[in-house]
Write a protein that binds this ligand. Structure first.
Ligand SMILES: NC(=O)c1ccc[n+]([C@@H]2O[C@H](COP(=O)([O-])OP(=O)(O)OC[C@H]3O[C@@H](n4cnc5c(N)ncnc54)[C@H](O)[C@@H]3O)[C@@H](O)[C@H]2O)c1
Length: 437
């Protein structure tokens, strides 16, 4: 495979964002600030990352964006849906992530982005009461209305990607309706309760060949039916739930313990946050969806079945508490009980005072740009799940029968080797024997 086979990133890339809340508005405002030279794209691998090519002695380390054909930030056009009518300026002001001064400079642009009415049902997000919503005779009708929104937007741009930055829905498990595309389409007609709004958007996107990313832990495309549709229409998807704060740190620390064969007996993680996401997660059924997503990483990294003496009895507990005074500035505490040589116990305490949406925005941007690249790459676009994008997600998805990789460094290597591979460059294994010939 070589660069010639990848379609160029010419023209406008339309970005359809579901949920214009804290993360989405921070991404959109951030892109505009960067386009105007007011800020740097810190945290974005597509914008600031580099990639080594060839030997260490070759001194060839271009920027990722100069190596693979990615859409230029100047070519991004944003639109979206929300259950509230606020335009992106109003919603960003409400989220209080970016300061008033920055938002004032961007106001004329941000005000032009007004949400389309959303597909919403309070059954799936109990804490929100939205009024800016579509009505239809059944879920299929609602999906068709989203498809019509996509069609209309498509006329104004050259390519389209959809990303869910909406709220966390209640915990749902795959059921009969998710077994095949046919069952799913029947379920849309029959208003099957197993189909949440996020699945309706995803279906509408995939049906039209539009790549879809999921920033929340919702079930959404993690089902047989939608994965089949993704492959059928060559509309790439990735895993779920932006890997931003606490889980990012977990997937950095846990691989270090495992590499050094240090045991872990307990990992207690707690969070306080006061944004709307925190309010939604204060509701037990939405929290359950988030909890499942956050719990998975340690289990997979530690492989207790291979290391029973070290990791069989870990007590892993996660708490999220809604605490309004803190707004988007989350605080996370971790207490990790580890043990070393001859079983002697030790403790690690971690206190991460982070900004949720500042960490999530560059991830959302990178996912949009890389999914668009995947769609233009013949070798990737028919795969369905893009496992190489696991790097960005708390719940990576894989093809059936594979366990997901959670270790951030494996994920980073997988991502960069995928880029080398599609560009016809040699993979980097870090073997290094060639330097000693
Ligand atoms: N910020 C982070 O670090 C982070 C990390 C991982 C995951 N996430 C997830 O990303 C999502 C967005 O987070 P946020 O902080 O921006 O939350 P937010 O509450 O500020 O924004 C979510 C927006 O989605 C809208 N919405 C809800 N249901 C919708 C629907 N069916 N259609 C259209 N719009 C809908 C809400 O009205 C709201 O404006 C959440 O699910 C959150 O759990 C965030």
């Amino acid at each position: 495979m070589s660069k010639e086979n990848i379609a160029p990133a010419t023209g406008k890339l339309g970005v359809m964002v579901v949920g214009l809340g804290a993360v989405a508005t921070t991404m959109i405002a951030g892109v505009e600030a960067i386009r105007r030279g007011l800020a740097k794209p810190i945290g974005s691998l597509t914008q600031m990352g580099t990639i080594r090519l060839g030997k260490r002695t070759d001194n060839n380390t271009p920027l990722v964006k100069d190596f693979v054909p990615l859409a230029n930030l100047n070519d991004l056009v944003f639109t979206g849906w929300d259950i509230f009518e606020d335009n992106v300026y109003e919603s960003a002001a409400h989220a209080e992530v970016l300061d008033k001064e920055t938002l004032a400079k961007l106001k004329p642009y941000l005000e032009t982005i007004k949400p389309m009415p959303a597909v919403f049902d309070q059954h799936y997000v109990k804490r929100l009461h939205g009024t800016h919503v579509k009505t239809g005779k059944n879920k299929l009708d609602l999906a068709q209305q989203v498809m019509a929104d996509i069609q209309k937007f498509r006329k104004t741009v050259d390519r389209v990607v959809m990303i869910w930055c909406g709220s966390t829905e209640i915990f749902l498990e795959p059921s009969a309706v998710h077994e095949s595309i046919e069952a799913f389409e029947k379920g849309l007609e029959n208003n099957d309760p197993g189909i949440a709004p996020s699945q309706i958007y995803a279906y509408a996107a995939l049906k039209g060949g539009v790549p879809f990313a999921n920033g929340a832990p919702n079930l959404t495309v993690d089902t047989k039916a939608l994965l089949e549709l993704s492959r059928q229409t060559a509309a790439p998807v990735c895993g779920k739930d932006f890997k931003t704060g606490q889980t990012l740190m977990k997937t950095v620390l846990a691989p270090a313990f495992k590499a050094r064969l240090l045991g872990v007996s307990g990992w207690f993680s707690t969070n306080i946050l006061g944004n709307r996401d925190g309010e939604v997660l204060d509701e037990p059924q939405s929290f359950k969806t988030k909890e499942e997503s956050k719990l998975g990483s340690l289990e997979y990294i530690f492989q207790p079945e291979l290391y029973p003496d070290l990791y069989k009895d870990i007590y892993h507990k996660i708490r999220i508490n809604y605490y309004p005074p803190r707004g988007d500035q989350k605080e996370a505490w971790d207490n990790i009980d580890i043990f070393g040589w001859l079983g002697y116990p030790m403790q690690i305490k971690m206190n991460f005072l982070c900004r949720d949406s500042i960490l999530a925005a560059p991830i959302a941007l990178d996912l949009v740009l890389f999914l668009d690249l995947a769609k233009r790459t013949p070798e990737l676009r028919n795969l369905g799940v893009q496992e190489w994008l696991s790097f960005y997600l708390k719940s990576p998805q894989t093809t059936e029968g594979l366990y997901p990789e959670h270790d951030l460094f494996i994920q980073s290597m997988k991502l960069k080797n995928t880029l080398r591979h599609i560009m016809g460059q040699e993979l980097i294994t870090h073997l290094g024997l060639e330097y000693y010939d």
